[in-house]
Design a protein around this ligand. Structure first.
Ligand SMILES: [Zn+2]
Ligand SMILES: [Zn+2]
Length: 648
C-alpha cells in the first residue's frame, strides 16, 4: 500500500499507509491521545477521526483542551443527540436541521403538539442517558439516490427534500449516534460519552418556518446552550440573568426613555428623557468629529430609484428598502422612490458637485444619517435591532496613499470616544480580500497593507479574517466588550473601490489626469439607537452623570424647606445641571425610592437644618449613606460632572 507523509504541528514528519484515519494516527502517537482525541485538522480543514487520509498532509489532533474546536464539536454532537432524544420520546416527530449557533445550537422539529417546559426537561434527561451510554459515532458515504430511498422509507419528508437539493452526482455523508441516523457533513466526536453531560441546557422553544420561508410549514425550534464544563455553563446562565436585569426595554420604561408600538414597528418613539440622552450623545459626537476634521452635511431621506439603480442597491438590496410611490402631478406613471437604507450614494452626490483636485483630499463628509431598512418582525429587538435608525456615518474621499493615515486617525478617534463612553476593551478584526471582488490586486495589496500598518503603528492587537472582506474592499470591524462580558460590534472602517467608480466620482491628480478616489465608509457608534441600548445595559441604567437625562432631584423633607429647594434647583440649572424639585407632600424615603427606580444619580435632601446652614444632604444612586455638605461645594462639583468628557 502507498505510503503518505504526515507533518505534525511541531514540524515532525511520520509515514503512514494511505487511507490511515486520524484516530489511527492518534493511537500511533499514544493510547492516551487516542482516548482523548476529539477531531483533527488536516491541511487546515476540520477532519473527523474516522475519515481516511489519502495523501501527504499537515495534521493536528485536537482534544477537549482546544476550546474553539471542542465547543463546535460538543454543540454539534448535542444537536444530533437532542434530535435522537426527541424521536425516542415521540417517534412521530419529523426532524429537519440543527445548526451550531453562538453559545449553543438549535434544532427545528415538526410536531403537532407544542413542546412544553416539562417536555424540555424530559428531553434533557433522555439526552443525559444517551451521553452516559457512550454510544459510538459511525459514519458512511452513500450514493444520493440510496439516501433518498432511505429517508422515504423512514417517512422523513424534510430530509428527502434536503437530499434532493444536492446534485445527483454528489455522494452523501451519513452519521449514526448509536442507532440514530442523520445526514451530516461532519466531523463528529468519537462517541456520545465525549460530550460533558452536565454542561448543557435547553433554553426555549420558538416558532420557525421550514427554510426560513413564511409560505412553508411552521416548525418548532428548540434553543440550547452548551459549554465544556459546568463552571462555564453556570457563568453563562448568571450572565443571562444579569443581562435580563439590565434589559434596556425594561429600564427604558422605568426611566421613561422611549417606547415602541405596533403602528411603527422597529421605529423609536423617543420620550423627553431618552431624547436628552440621544441629543447629549449626538452633540458630543458632533464636537469630536468637528475636532477631527470632518464637515457635517445632511442629505435627503427620500431618493428616486434611479440613484439606487446606479449605486447597485436596487439590485442587491431591494428587499431591505422601504419604497415610497408618489403620484406626481397626477401623472399616470407613479414615481418610485426609496427611503435611504444608507447614506453613501448621497454623499457621493455631494462630492460630485464641482471639480475636485488632489488638494481637496482627503475630504471627510459626516452625516448623522437617518436610514430605514426592512427587518423581519421576528428579528427586531428593542433598540438593538430596529427598522429606523441614525448612523454616526461619515465618508472620507481619499487617494490610495492617504488610506493609512486616515485609518490611523480614525482608530485614535474611536479609541478616545469609546474610552469617554466607558468602554476600554475592544477588539479589531481585519477582513481581507474575498474570491469575488472588484479592483486590481495591486489596489488590494495597498489597502490591506495600509490598514494593517495603521493598526500596527498604534500598537493594537487584531485578528485577521482571511477572505471576509466585502467585494468592494478590505475592512476593519471594532467589537467592544460591555460590563458583563458581552461583545458588540459597533465601529467599522471600510475601503471601497467600487461605489465612487460606479457613481462617477473623480479628482484631478498631481499628474493633471483624472483619477477615482477611494471611499472610506466609517462609523464609531454604528447607530445611535443601538448604542444607547448598549449603554443602558452596560451601565444597568446608571449612566455617567453627564449623560443621565435626570441628573439631580432636590427633595424637600418638610414643606417649610420648599423655598430653599427652589433656590437650589435654580442655582444648579444656571450652572448647566439638569435639576428638578420634588416638593410633594411625601415621606423622604418614598421619594428616594421612587427616584432610584428612575435612576437619578444624585438626590439632595433638604430639611430645616440644611436651610439654616445653607447645606444639602447628598445621596448618590446605589449608596445608602448621605453626606451633609456645603451647597457651594456641591454646586461646583455637580457643574463639573455635568460636562461631557471632552469639555472638562
Ligand atoms: Zn452532524
Ligand atoms: Zn457608507
Amino acid at each position: 500500500m502507498a505510503q503518505i507523509s504526515l507533518t505534525f504541528p511541531d514540524g515532525n514528519k511520520r509515514d503512514f499507509a494511505s487511507g490511515v484515519t486520524a484516530a489511527e494516527v492518534a493511537a500511533a502517537i499514544s493510547p492516551g491521545l487516542a482516548k482523548k482525541a476529539v477531531s483533527a485538522l488536516v491541511d487546515g480543514a476540520p477532519f473527523d477521526l474516522q475519515w481516511p487520509i489519502e495523501g501527504d498532509a499537515r495534521i493536528a489532533i485536537h482534544t477537549l483542551q482546544d476550546e474553539a474546536v471542542a465547543l463546535e464539536l460538543i454543540r454539534h454532537d448535542l444537536a444530533h443527540i437532542m434530535a435522537r432524544a426527541v424521536q425516542e420520546l415521540w417517534p412521530e416527530v419529523k426532524v429537519t436541521i440543527g445548526p451550531v449557533i453562538k453559545d449553543g445550537w438549535y434544532y427545528d422539529f415538526d410536531r403537532a403538539e407544542p413542546f412544553s417546559a416539562e417536555d424540555l426537561g424530559a428531553i434533557e434527561a433522555k439526552m443525559k442517558q444517551i451521553i452516559n451510554a457512550r454510544d459510538p459515532v459511525k459514519t458512511e458515504v452513500w450514493e444520493r439516490d440510496a439516501a433518498i430511498a432511505f429517508y422515504k422509507a423512514k417517512d422523513e419528508p424534510f430530509k428527502v427534500e434536503l437530499v434532493e437539493a444536492i446534485p445527483a452526482d454528489q455522494k452523501i455523508r451519513m452519521y449514526w449516534h448509536g442507532p440514530w441516523q442523520d445526514l451530516c457533513r461532519g466531523p463528529h466526536l468519537q462517541h456520545t460519552g465525549q460530550v460533558p453531560a452536565d454542561s448543557f441546557k435547553l433554553m426555549s422553544v420558538a416558532g420557525a418556518y421550514w427554510r426560513g420561508d413564511s409560505r412553508n410549514k411552521q416548525l418548532q425550534r428548540i434553543y440550547a446552550v452548551a459549554f465544556r464544563n459546568r463552571e462555564d455553563l453556570k457563568a453563562h446562565l448568571t450572565m443571562l440573568e444579569e443581562a435580563a436585569k439590565r434589559d434596556h426595554r425594561r429600564l427604558g420604561k422605568e426611566m421613561e426613555l422611549f417606547h415602541l408600538q405596533e403602528e411603527a414597528p422597529g421605529m423609536v418613539f423617543w420620550h423627553p428623557n431618552g431624547w436628552l440622552i440621544y441629543r447629549t450623545l449626538e452633540d458630543y459626537m458632533r464636537r469630536r468629529q468637528r475636532g477631527a476634521g470632518y464637515q457635517e452635511i445632511r442629505t435627503p431621506q427620500v431618493v428616486d430609484r434611479v440613484l439606487w439603480e446606479r449605486s447597485g442597491h436596487w439590485e442587491a438590496y431591494r428587499e431591505n428598502m422601504f419604497i415610497v410611490e408618489v403620484d406626481e402631478d397626477g401623472a399616470k406613471e407613479k414615481r418610485i422612490n426609496a427611503l435611504k437604507p444608507m447614506n453613501c450614494p448621497c454623499h457621493v452626490q455631494v462630492y460630485n458637485q464641482g471639480l475636485k483636485s488632489y488638494r481637496n483630499l482627503p475630504l471627510r463628509l459626516a452625516e448623522f444619517g437617518s436610514c430605514h431598512r426592512y427587518e423581519s418582525s421576528g428579528s427586531m429587538h428593542g433598540l438593538m435591532r430596529v427598522r429606523g435608525f441614525t448612523q454616526d456615518d461619515a465618508h472620507i474621499f481619499a487617494t490610495p496613499d492617504q488610506i493609512e493615515t486616515e485609518c490611523a486617525s480614525f482608530i485614535a478617534l474611536l479609541t478616545s470616544v469609546y474610552h469617554d463612553l466607558g468602554f476600554d476593551r475592544f477588539e479589531i478584526k481585519l477582513s481581507t480580500r474575498p474570491d469575488v471582488r472588484v479592483g486590481s490586486d495591486e489596489v488590494w495589496d495597498k489597502a490591506e497593507g495600509a490598514l494593517e500598518q495603521a493598526i500596527n503603528g498604534l500598537g493594537l492587537p487584531y485578528q485577521i479574517a482571511e477572505g471576509d472582506g466585502s467585494f468592494y474592499g478590505p475592512k476593519l470591524d471594532f467589537k467592544l466588550t460591555d460590563a458583563i462580558g458581552r461583545e458588540w460590534q459597533c465601529g467599522t472602517f471600510q475601503c471601497d473601490f467600487n461605489l465612487p467608480d460606479r457613481l462617477g466620482a473623480e479628482y484631478v491628480g498631481e499628474d493633471g489626469a483624472k483619477h477615482t478616489p477611494v471611499m472610506l465608509h466609517r462609523a464609531i457608534l454604528g447607530s445611535f439607537e443601538r448604542f444607547i441600548g448598549i449603554m443602558i445595559e452596560n451601565y444597568a441604567g446608571r449612566l455617567p452623570f453627564w449623560l443621565a437625562p435626570r441628573q439631580v432631584v432636590v427633595a424637600a423633607i418638610v414643606s417649610d424647606a420648599d423655598a430653599y429647594v427652589h433656590q437650589v434647583v435654580a442655582a444648579l440649572k444656571a450652572r448647566g445641571v439638569r435639576a428638578e424639585a420634588d416638593v410633594r407632600n411625601e415621606k423622604i424615603n418614598y421619594k428616594v425610592r421612587e427616584h432610584s427606580v428612575g435612576k437619578v444619580p444624585v438626590i439632595l435632601a433638604i430639611g430645616m437644618k440644611e436651610v439654616e446652614e445653607r447645606t444639602v444632604s447628598l445621596r448618590r444612586l446605589g449608596d445608602t449613606k448621605t453626606e451633609t455638605l456645603s451647597f457651594d461645594t456641591v454646586l461646583d462639583d455637580l457643574a463639573t460632572a455635568a460636562l461631557a468628557p471632552d469639555l472638562v
